[in-house]
Design a protein around this ligand. Structure first.
Ligand code: SF4
Ligand code: SF4
Length: 251
Protein backbone atom coordinates (compact mmCIF):
# COMPACT_ATOMS: atom_id res chain seq x y z
CA UNK A 1 0.00 0.00 0.00
CA UNK A 2 2.90 2.35 0.69
CA UNK A 3 4.22 1.76 -2.85
CA UNK A 4 0.75 2.43 -4.21
CA UNK A 5 0.34 5.63 -2.22
CA UNK A 6 3.69 6.89 -3.52
CA UNK A 7 2.92 5.99 -7.13
CA UNK A 8 -0.53 7.53 -7.17
CA UNK A 9 0.39 10.45 -4.89
CA UNK A 10 -2.60 9.59 -2.74
CA UNK A 11 -2.63 11.42 0.57
CA UNK A 12 -4.26 8.74 2.65
CA UNK A 13 -4.51 4.95 2.76
CA UNK A 14 -7.36 3.06 4.41
CA UNK A 15 -7.42 -0.63 5.21
CA UNK A 16 -11.06 -1.70 5.53
CA UNK A 17 -11.59 -4.71 7.74
CA UNK A 18 -14.73 -6.42 9.04
CA UNK A 19 -15.48 -5.71 12.71
CA UNK A 20 -15.30 -9.39 13.60
CA UNK A 21 -11.60 -9.57 12.71
CA UNK A 22 -10.35 -7.75 15.80
CA UNK A 23 -7.29 -9.98 16.08
CA UNK A 24 -6.16 -9.14 12.53
CA UNK A 25 -6.90 -5.47 13.12
CA UNK A 26 -4.62 -5.50 16.17
CA UNK A 27 -1.80 -7.13 14.17
CA UNK A 28 -2.17 -4.58 11.36
CA UNK A 29 -2.13 -1.66 13.77
CA UNK A 30 0.99 -3.00 15.41
CA UNK A 31 2.69 -3.37 12.01
CA UNK A 32 1.69 0.17 11.04
CA UNK A 33 3.57 1.54 14.05
CA UNK A 34 6.73 0.69 12.08
CA UNK A 35 5.64 3.10 9.35
CA UNK A 36 4.67 6.13 11.39
CA UNK A 37 4.39 8.59 8.52
CA UNK A 38 2.69 6.28 6.10
CA UNK A 39 -0.70 7.91 6.68
CA UNK A 40 -2.41 4.54 6.60
CA UNK A 41 -5.21 3.68 9.00
CA UNK A 42 -7.25 0.59 9.70
CA UNK A 43 -11.01 1.19 9.61
CA UNK A 44 -13.73 -1.23 10.65
CA UNK A 45 -16.64 -1.95 8.35
CA UNK A 46 -19.76 -4.04 9.04
CA UNK A 47 -19.79 -7.82 9.16
CA UNK A 48 -22.74 -8.00 6.79
CA UNK A 49 -22.71 -9.38 3.26
CA UNK A 50 -21.88 -7.83 0.78
CA UNK A 51 -19.73 -5.36 2.70
CA UNK A 52 -16.93 -6.25 0.26
CA UNK A 53 -18.93 -4.70 -2.56
CA UNK A 54 -16.67 -1.87 -3.67
CA UNK A 55 -19.13 1.01 -3.32
CA UNK A 56 -20.34 -0.20 0.07
CA UNK A 57 -16.78 -0.59 1.33
CA UNK A 58 -15.80 2.90 0.21
CA UNK A 59 -18.90 4.45 1.80
CA UNK A 60 -18.46 2.64 5.10
CA UNK A 61 -14.69 3.08 5.31
CA UNK A 62 -14.38 6.67 4.11
CA UNK A 63 -17.88 8.20 4.06
CA UNK A 64 -17.53 8.90 0.33
CA UNK A 65 -20.68 7.98 -1.54
CA UNK A 66 -20.07 6.94 -5.14
CA UNK A 67 -23.07 6.36 -7.42
CA UNK A 68 -23.25 3.04 -9.25
CA UNK A 69 -21.59 2.95 -12.69
CA UNK A 70 -19.30 5.87 -11.78
CA UNK A 71 -15.54 5.33 -11.62
CA UNK A 72 -14.27 5.46 -8.04
CA UNK A 73 -11.18 7.27 -9.39
CA UNK A 74 -13.43 10.21 -10.33
CA UNK A 75 -14.08 10.59 -6.61
CA UNK A 76 -10.41 10.37 -5.68
CA UNK A 77 -10.62 6.75 -4.56
CA UNK A 78 -8.63 3.77 -5.80
CA UNK A 79 -9.89 0.42 -4.48
CA UNK A 80 -7.46 -2.50 -4.34
CA UNK A 81 -8.01 -5.90 -2.81
CA UNK A 82 -5.43 -7.78 -0.77
CA UNK A 83 -4.35 -10.04 -3.64
CA UNK A 84 -3.71 -7.06 -5.90
CA UNK A 85 -1.67 -5.29 -3.24
CA UNK A 86 0.36 -8.46 -2.67
CA UNK A 87 0.97 -8.67 -6.43
CA UNK A 88 2.08 -5.03 -6.56
CA UNK A 89 4.50 -5.74 -3.70
CA UNK A 90 5.94 -8.79 -5.45
CA UNK A 91 6.26 -6.90 -8.72
CA UNK A 92 8.07 -3.89 -7.23
CA UNK A 93 10.13 -5.64 -4.59
CA UNK A 94 11.12 -8.79 -6.47
CA UNK A 95 10.17 -8.02 -10.10
CA UNK A 96 7.99 -11.12 -9.91
CA UNK A 97 4.90 -11.28 -12.13
CA UNK A 98 1.66 -12.83 -10.93
CA UNK A 99 2.47 -16.51 -11.30
CA UNK A 100 0.57 -18.08 -8.41
CA UNK A 101 -2.61 -17.63 -6.49
CA UNK A 102 -4.47 -19.16 -3.60
CA UNK A 103 -7.19 -21.56 -4.61
CA UNK A 104 -9.66 -23.42 -2.39
CA UNK A 105 -11.69 -26.58 -2.96
CA UNK A 106 -14.76 -26.95 -0.77
CA UNK A 107 -18.23 -28.49 -0.61
CA UNK A 108 -19.55 -31.93 0.30
CA UNK A 109 -18.56 -33.53 -2.99
CA UNK A 110 -14.80 -33.15 -2.73
CA UNK A 111 -11.98 -33.35 -0.21
CA UNK A 112 -11.63 -29.78 1.04
CA UNK A 113 -8.20 -28.35 0.40
CA UNK A 114 -6.40 -25.03 -0.01
CA UNK A 115 -3.59 -24.61 -2.50
CA UNK A 116 -1.08 -22.08 -3.62
CA UNK A 117 -1.09 -23.01 -7.27
CA UNK A 118 0.49 -21.76 -10.46
CA UNK A 119 -1.73 -19.80 -12.81
CA UNK A 120 -2.49 -22.21 -15.64
CA UNK A 121 -2.85 -25.28 -13.41
CA UNK A 122 -5.78 -27.49 -14.36
CA UNK A 123 -8.45 -27.68 -11.67
CA UNK A 124 -8.92 -31.38 -12.38
CA UNK A 125 -5.25 -31.89 -11.39
CA UNK A 126 -5.81 -30.03 -8.11
CA UNK A 127 -8.85 -32.23 -7.40
CA UNK A 128 -6.60 -35.28 -7.89
CA UNK A 129 -4.02 -33.85 -5.48
CA UNK A 130 -6.80 -33.27 -2.94
CA UNK A 131 -7.72 -36.96 -3.13
CA UNK A 132 -10.47 -36.79 -5.74
CA UNK A 133 -14.22 -36.45 -5.51
CA UNK A 134 -16.26 -37.97 -2.70
CA UNK A 135 -18.87 -40.54 -3.79
CA UNK A 136 -17.80 -40.49 -7.43
CA UNK A 137 -21.02 -42.16 -8.60
CA UNK A 138 -23.16 -39.25 -7.36
CA UNK A 139 -23.49 -36.49 -10.00
CA UNK A 140 -21.75 -33.26 -9.04
CA UNK A 141 -22.60 -29.60 -9.26
CA UNK A 142 -19.47 -27.48 -9.78
CA UNK A 143 -19.44 -23.81 -8.82
CA UNK A 144 -16.48 -21.64 -9.78
CA UNK A 145 -16.08 -18.82 -7.27
CA UNK A 146 -17.63 -18.26 -3.86
CA UNK A 147 -20.93 -19.58 -2.50
CA UNK A 148 -22.83 -16.35 -3.19
CA UNK A 149 -21.35 -15.01 -6.41
CA UNK A 150 -19.93 -18.12 -8.03
CA UNK A 151 -21.35 -19.50 -11.25
CA UNK A 152 -21.86 -23.05 -12.41
CA UNK A 153 -19.32 -24.73 -14.59
CA UNK A 154 -19.92 -27.95 -16.50
CA UNK A 155 -16.43 -29.39 -16.20
CA UNK A 156 -13.30 -29.28 -14.04
CA UNK A 157 -11.23 -29.35 -17.22
CA UNK A 158 -10.35 -25.66 -16.87
CA UNK A 159 -7.22 -23.86 -15.76
CA UNK A 160 -7.01 -21.33 -12.97
CA UNK A 161 -6.24 -17.79 -14.02
CA UNK A 162 -5.27 -14.62 -12.13
CA UNK A 163 -8.79 -14.16 -10.76
CA UNK A 164 -9.90 -17.74 -10.03
CA UNK A 165 -10.33 -18.13 -6.28
CA UNK A 166 -12.11 -21.39 -5.57
CA UNK A 167 -14.38 -24.19 -6.67
CA UNK A 168 -17.26 -25.60 -4.66
CA UNK A 169 -18.40 -29.14 -5.39
CA UNK A 170 -21.83 -30.32 -4.30
CA UNK A 171 -23.17 -33.82 -4.47
CA UNK A 172 -26.14 -33.11 -6.68
CA UNK A 173 -29.37 -33.18 -4.71
CA UNK A 174 -32.28 -32.76 -7.03
CA UNK A 175 -34.69 -30.04 -6.10
CA UNK A 176 -37.14 -28.05 -8.07
CA UNK A 177 -38.12 -24.43 -8.07
CA UNK A 178 -41.49 -23.87 -6.43
CA UNK A 179 -43.84 -21.10 -7.60
CA UNK A 180 -43.20 -17.62 -6.24
CA UNK A 181 -45.23 -16.96 -3.09
CA UNK A 182 -44.87 -13.16 -3.38
CA UNK A 183 -43.12 -12.86 -0.03
CA UNK A 184 -40.89 -10.03 -1.36
CA UNK A 185 -37.88 -11.39 0.55
CA UNK A 186 -35.77 -11.03 -2.60
CA UNK A 187 -36.74 -7.36 -2.93
CA UNK A 188 -35.99 -6.51 0.70
CA UNK A 189 -32.61 -8.26 0.63
CA UNK A 190 -31.31 -6.67 -2.58
CA UNK A 191 -28.41 -4.27 -1.77
CA UNK A 192 -28.90 -2.24 -4.97
CA UNK A 193 -32.66 -1.98 -4.40
CA UNK A 194 -33.96 -3.57 -7.58
CA UNK A 195 -36.81 -6.08 -7.81
CA UNK A 196 -35.51 -9.55 -8.72
CA UNK A 197 -38.92 -11.20 -8.93
CA UNK A 198 -40.28 -8.57 -11.32
CA UNK A 199 -37.13 -8.80 -13.41
CA UNK A 200 -37.53 -12.57 -13.66
CA UNK A 201 -41.12 -12.11 -14.85
CA UNK A 202 -40.06 -9.47 -17.39
CA UNK A 203 -37.38 -11.82 -18.73
CA UNK A 204 -39.82 -14.70 -19.04
CA UNK A 205 -42.12 -12.56 -21.14
CA UNK A 206 -39.23 -11.09 -23.20
CA UNK A 207 -40.11 -7.57 -22.04
CA UNK A 208 -37.05 -5.50 -23.03
CA UNK A 209 -38.40 -2.12 -21.92
CA UNK A 210 -39.60 -3.67 -18.64
CA UNK A 211 -36.08 -4.98 -17.95
CA UNK A 212 -34.64 -1.55 -18.62
CA UNK A 213 -37.21 0.15 -16.43
CA UNK A 214 -36.46 -2.34 -13.64
CA UNK A 215 -32.75 -1.46 -13.96
CA UNK A 216 -31.45 -5.02 -14.07
CA UNK A 217 -28.01 -3.73 -15.05
CA UNK A 218 -27.61 -2.43 -11.51
CA UNK A 219 -27.45 -6.05 -10.28
CA UNK A 220 -24.05 -6.88 -8.78
CA UNK A 221 -24.79 -10.64 -8.82
CA UNK A 222 -24.31 -10.92 -5.08
CA UNK A 223 -26.56 -13.99 -4.85
CA UNK A 224 -28.64 -12.75 -1.92
CA UNK A 225 -31.99 -12.97 -3.72
CA UNK A 226 -31.45 -16.65 -4.54
CA UNK A 227 -30.24 -17.29 -1.02
CA UNK A 228 -33.31 -15.88 0.70
CA UNK A 229 -35.97 -17.18 -1.72
CA UNK A 230 -38.14 -19.73 0.10
CA UNK A 231 -39.25 -21.15 -3.27
CA UNK A 232 -35.62 -21.93 -4.20
CA UNK A 233 -35.86 -19.86 -7.37
CA UNK A 234 -32.47 -19.21 -8.98
CA UNK A 235 -33.06 -15.49 -9.14
CA UNK A 236 -29.42 -14.53 -9.57
CA UNK A 237 -29.24 -16.70 -12.67
CA UNK A 238 -32.32 -14.92 -14.00
CA UNK A 239 -30.53 -11.61 -13.36
CA UNK A 240 -27.50 -12.80 -15.37
CA UNK A 241 -29.73 -14.03 -18.18
CA UNK A 242 -31.64 -10.73 -18.17
CA UNK A 243 -28.43 -8.72 -18.53
CA UNK A 244 -27.29 -11.00 -21.36
CA UNK A 245 -30.69 -10.67 -23.00
CA UNK A 246 -30.49 -6.87 -22.90
CA UNK A 247 -26.97 -6.94 -24.33
CA UNK A 248 -28.11 -9.16 -27.18
CA UNK A 249 -30.88 -6.69 -27.89
CA UNK A 250 -28.28 -3.94 -28.02
CA UNK A 251 -29.37 -2.25 -24.78
S1 SF4 B 1 -28.07 -10.85 -7.19
FE1 SF4 B 1 -30.15 -10.42 -6.51
S2 SF4 B 1 -29.90 -9.44 -4.51
FE2 SF4 B 1 -27.89 -9.33 -5.51
S3 SF4 B 1 -27.87 -7.35 -6.57
FE3 SF4 B 1 -28.64 -8.84 -8.04
S4 SF4 B 1 -30.85 -8.77 -7.85
FE4 SF4 B 1 -30.01 -7.77 -6.03
S1 SF4 C 1 -38.14 -14.35 -2.56
FE1 SF4 C 1 -38.83 -15.92 -4.02
S2 SF4 C 1 -40.91 -16.36 -3.40
FE2 SF4 C 1 -40.37 -14.43 -2.41
S3 SF4 C 1 -41.09 -12.84 -3.86
FE3 SF4 C 1 -38.95 -13.27 -4.35
S4 SF4 C 1 -39.09 -14.82 -5.99
FE4 SF4 C 1 -41.07 -14.79 -4.96
Amino acid sequence: MIYTLKTTKAKRGVIAIKKKYQDIKAILNEELLKYENSNIEVVEVGNHYPSGWELDTVKNATGIKIPQFELTANYGVLVLNVSTLASIYNAIKFRRPLLERYFGLSGNGVNNYNFRARVGTKISDLVKVAGGYIDEEIPKVLVLGGPMMGSNTLSDDVVINQTTTSMIVFNNEEYFEEPCIHCAACVYSCPVKIQPVQIMNALKSGDVSGLEMLEVNKCIECGLCSYVCPSKIHLTEYMRQSKRFLREKGN
